[in-house]
Design a protein around this ligand. Structure first.
Ligand SMILES: [Zn+2]
Ligand SMILES: [Zn+2]
Length: 103
């Protein structure tokens, strides 16, 4: 006999990146809240270039290990189909500030 929790575990889709419970579709893929925020921050702050893998780019990413290697986690996000273009970039460059219209 199945217990309710077993049924829920079976029905609720798991995050394709870290296997945590999902909270909805984020940037094109159904992921958990943690991976959503991680992906958003990485893209908005252009952090991808600062990530590096100390192993051979094949780190295991799951709920326990997802914080270990940001590069492998980010690659897994991209492989899952998350779209960087769906993330609104922060305008941190003062040159990009909207200019006031001169009348
Ligand atoms: Zn996740
Ligand atoms: Zn890695």
């Amino acid at each position: 006999m199945l217990i309710l929790n077993d049924i829920l575990t079976f029905i609720v889709p798991r995050c394709p990146i870290c296997e945590d419970v999902t909270s909805g579709v984020h940037y094109g893929v159904r992921t958990c809240e943690s991976c959503k925020l991680f992906f958003k921050r990485t893209v908005q702050l252009d952090r991808e270039a600062s990530y590096s893998c100390i192993r051979s780019y094949d780190c295991m990413v799951n709920v326990q290990t997802r914080a270990w290697c940001k590069l492998c986690r980010f690659n897994k996000c991209l492989n899952a189909g998350m779209n960087t273009r769906l993330v609104k970039k922060l305008m941190i460059d003062p040159e990009n500030r909207p200019r006031q219209l001169i009348s």
